[in-house]
Design a binder for this molecule. Structure first.
Ligand code: 2PG
Ligand code: MG
Length: 442
């Protein structure tokens, strides 16, 4: 069957209420006050889907391209070209398609962009359209999105990797690693997990204020504190102390996770990393990580090496295999070819999944499925510049990944995801399960 036959079939299946009747975009703003794209998709049956594009600060080189205006307005960060691309090119091409066939809609988006990295229309234009479309289909069916995508079997609420101390590019302090996270694995339900994590977050606040003064409790981009610490172990010690003083057991109720975001501390010319002010070779950095995982209950390390360091990822993975999961983010950028490469080199135990790294829901879905079928982890993730759109909460539940990374329990763009997960847990009632215990012991 040729492409146009598929189009005709989908256009003329006799269920007109699912057909896309309108698509439009406008420029709104994200949590850093930067412009971003909002897309609205409307179906003939009156279903409405609205989605907003997030934006990263520590972006991988191989991510799909975010189109920015680059002119005087908003210091070049405007997205009016991406908005125009939705209104001029995407909208007419999607009208009449059946919103339920989202993989077909996404293929159309990929086709009309025509580049391998979404650089013509902009991944920021495409991602919001792809997500608004599935929301419109779900709304036409009067179904929550997680159920439209995952069916009635989806009932696993994810364990949050909660970024409570921010460093790197996300904060104005000297911490070399970007994210210091707690994972409330010991809870029986998502709402209990959120409660105990918030108790630890508040203990941490008390501790940081006492030890470093009131400015230490200012928060970074993802709602975690940004204290004036100088070493990674100082941050990890603070997490362990907060867990204990909240009355929980580190390594049992809580595990820890790190995002080193190591491309940001990598010096290309000397092939070294700057950690805590010290220059380290890859071998030295491996030893440093091994020591950290022997000292603290670290279950996950994300991006421990730069974005081409497949070999070093694999090396570290061998050294910490029984304890700690090595996760790719900038390494794999939700791109199925890079994930296949990482899997074939035994470089990863799983990946961060960010839909705007690749551009469409379908391509992210392929990456999630590949990882889960390979018995690896898929961690659905926000971006450091995010919006009030809670869509990743639905995606984590729909595909039952069991893990989500969406910042501290503070700032509206982070709490929108946590609150949506609380709603989903409420809707599921007694059927809801919690992903914490599936992370495995240290
Ligand atoms: C990361 C993300 C999200 P950014 O590196 O994992 O925490 O940061 O969105 O800046 O890429
Ligand atoms: Mg990362």
């Amino acid at each position: 069957m040729v492409k146009s036959d598929v189009d005709d079939l989908i256009r003329d299946n006799g269920m007109s209420e699912f057909k896309i009747s309108d698509v439009y975009a406008l420029q709104v703003i994200d949590s850093r006050g930067d412009p971003t794209v909002e897309v609205v998709v409307i179906t003939e049956g009156g279903g409405v889907g609205r989605a907003l594009t997030p934006s990263g600060a520590s972006r991988g080189t191989y991510e799909a391209v975010e189109l920015r205006d680059g002119d005087r307005r908003y210091n070049g960060r405007g997205v009016s070209r991406a908005v125009d691309n939705v209104n001029k090119y995407i909208a007419p091409s999607l009208k009449g398609l059946d919103s339920r066939y989202y993989r077909h809609v996404d293929r159309r988006l990929i086709e009309i962009d025509g580049t391998s990295n979404k650089s013509r229309l902009g991944a920021n234009a495409i991602v919001a359209t792809s997500l608004a479309n599935v929301k419109a289909a779900a709304d036409t069916l009067k179904m929550p999105l997680y159920q439209f995508l995952g069916g009635f079997k989806s009932r696993l609420l994810p364990a949050p990797l909660m970024n409570v101390i921010n460093g790197g590019l996300h904060a104005g302090n000297e911490l070399s690693f970007q994210e210091f996270m707690i994972i409330p694995v010991g809870a029986d339900s998502f709402s209990e997990a959120l409660r105990i994590a918030i108790e630890v977050y508040k203990e941490l606040k008390k501790h940081l204020k006492e030890k470093y003064g009131p400015s230490a409790i200012n928060v970074g981009d993802e709602g975690g504190y940004a204290p004036p610490m100088k070493s990674n172990s100082e941050a990890l010690n603070a997490l362990v102390q907060a867990i204990r003083s909240a009355g929980y057991v580190d390594g049992l109720d809580f595990m820890l996770a790190l995002d080193a975001a190591a491309s940001q501390i990598y010096n290309d010319s000397s092939n070294t990393y700057t950690v805590d002010g010290i220059s380290m070779t890859s071998e030295e950095l491996i030893d440093y990580y091994v020591e950290l995982v022997n000292t603290y209950p670290i279950k996950i390390i994300e991006d421990p090496f730069h974005e081409e360091g497949f070999k070093e990822f694999a090396e570290l993975r061998k050294r910490v295999a029984s304890k700690t999961l090595i996760i790719g983010d900038d390494l794999t950028v939700t791109n199925i070819e890079r994930i296949k490469k990482a899997l074939s080199l035994d470089a990863i135990d799983g990946c961060i999944i960010k839909i705007n790294q690749v551009g469409t829901l379908s391509e992210s879905e392929d990456s999630i499925n590949l990882l889960l079928m390979s018995s690896k982890r898929a961690i659905i993730s926000h971006r450091s510049g995010d919006t009030e759109d809670p869509v990743i909460a639905h995606i984590a539940v729909a595909y039952e990944t069991g893990l989500i990374k969406t910042g501290a329990p503070a700032r509206g763009e982070r709490t929108s995801k946590y609150n949506e997960l609380l709603r989903i847990e409420h809707w599921l009632g007694g059927d809801a399960k919690y992903g914490g215990k599936y992370l495995g012991k240290i």
